[in-house]
Design a protein around this ligand. Structure first.
Ligand SMILES: Cc1cc2nc3c(=O)[nH]c(=O)nc-3n(C[C@H](O)[C@H](O)[C@H](O)COP(=O)(O)OP(=O)(O)OC[C@H]3O[C@@H](n4cnc5c(N)ncnc54)[C@H](O)[C@@H]3O)c2cc1C
Length: 365
């Protein structure tokens, strides 16, 4: 499709989750001509893909996007639906131009700016912000293919509640917050096993009556950059908030295993040569990012995005909301605003250098 056929904006934001909405807030404040394109049919798609009983690990006081408090008791731990409602309300409150059902298939350089291609249309823009989330493609290890068709298996994004899981023995694979929450929920009604591939650093949710994130905020740790010594150490090890393998076993009877290394029929093998027959497996094994549709040379030889705090070497192309884009807070509700504001400032500076669109001469009657 040619640039001439495309609808033009100064800025296009791809993705209307918390990152897309946060940058939208700053662009609206600048009075900029922009639109936010989201593939999903409904707002807050990322959160809708998570299980029904999900409880946030950040209390309400730390879940606000810029300009609008998260409702309710600031010390409560909201659920999934609270976030869906908040994000939906946020876009409405600031009248942000979110266009749903608009999956972007490609971004290319064109005529000094960018062409943003969808299935049946295209948009042109001087600047583009990619805010498609830190968790894109559900990752399932290859051993999953060796399990019998009779074993029910699903990735954590497809898990909603215990109702859809067979009565028998269930194995949850993945020792992160997701694996722990799902294993705990299932343990109320079935025999549950958890395979932990690499141990994450357990941190208590509350310490001396205060939430963990209060300490991370008060000490400045949440804003330590990925390039700092302590940031590098923090980024290298995921954290498990509010639980430990021991507590999960003692309080909920979940049986623990090492890394799941192989599978055959209905049997899964673990590090240490132990085996287990299972009726169902839930893969809480994380995600991969996919920026293969961004057809602009901003990736290294291993397809990793090269950027500085979301700003790429291609003028006017930015990323927002990546894990550790700048700090631990970069992909969290309450702190994504810091990077969003940074990118918005870059956009404002860059805009000042872009020559204004030539206008058609006014018609004289
Ligand atoms: C299980 C789980 C629990 C979490 N709990 C917390 C918590 O307690 N507190 C906290 O602060 N953070 C939490 N997070 C982290 C983070 O807040 C979320 O991952 C959040 O959804 C990230 O927001 P985002 O806007 O960057 O991405 P997303 O919410 O994933 O939004 C991306 C949007 O982009 C759209 N999109 C994707 N590709 C395209 C495309 N090609 N074209 C157009 N649109 C596209 C999607 O439809 C989606 O709406 C949690 C994450 C997970 C996985």
């Amino acid at each position: 499709m040619h640039d001439d056929d495309a609808k033009r904006h100064d800025v296009i934001v791809v993705g209307g989750g918390q990152a897309g909405l946060a940058i939208g807030y700053f662009l609206a404040q600048q009075g900029r001509d922009f639109t936010i394109l989201d593939a999903a049919a409904e707002p807050a798609a990322g959160w809708r893909e998570r299980w029904d009983s999900l409880k946030l690990f950040t209390p309400a006081r730390y879940n606000a996007l810029p300009g609008l408090a998260f409702p309710g008791d600031p010390d409560r731990y909201p659920g999934r639906e609270d976030v869906v409602a908040y994000l939906t309300d946020y876009a409405r409150h600031f009248d942000l131009p979110v266009e749903l059902g608009r999956r972007v298939r490609a971004i290319r350089k064109a005529d000094g700016g960018y062409l943003v291609e969808l299935d049946a249309r295209a948009y042109a823009a001087d600047q583009v912000v990619v805010a498609t989330g830190p968790f894109q493609i559900p990752f399932v290890p290859a051993i999953a293919e060796r399990l019998d068709g009779e074993v029910v298996q699903l990735h954590s994004t497809a898990y909603r509640s215990p109702d859809a899981i067979p009565e028998g023995r269930v194995l949850v694979v993945g020792g992160g917050n997701t694996g722990f929450q799902i294993a705990e929920e299932l343990s109320a009604s079935r025999e549950v096993h958890l395979a932990i591939g690499s141990r994450q650093m357990p941190l208590p949710q509350r310490i001396l009556g205060r939430d963990l994130f209060w300490y991370l905020d008060a000490t400045g740790l949440i804003r330590k950059t990925a390039a700092s010594r302590i940031g590098r150490r923090m980024a290298g090890r995921d954290t498990l908030i509010g639980s430990t393998p021991r507590a999960l076993h003692r309080r909920h009877g979940v049986q623990l295993h090492g890394r799941a290394t192989d599978a055959a029929g209905s049997t899964v093998s673990f590090d240490g040569a132990t085996k287990l027959d299972v009726e169902a497996v839930i893969w809480a094994t994380g995600f991969r990012v996919d920026h293969s549709w961004v057809d602009v040379p901003v990736f290294d030889g291993e397809d990793r995005l090269v950027h500085r705090r979301g700003v790429t070497a291609s003028p006017g192309l930015y990323f927002l909301g990546l894990s550790w884009q700048h700090t631990r807070g970069s992909a969290l509700l309450g702190w994504v605003k810091d990077d969003a504001e940074h990118i918005a400032n870059q956009i404002e500076t860059f805009s000042a250098t872009v020559p204004a669109e030539p206008r058609a001469p006014e018609r004289v009657a």
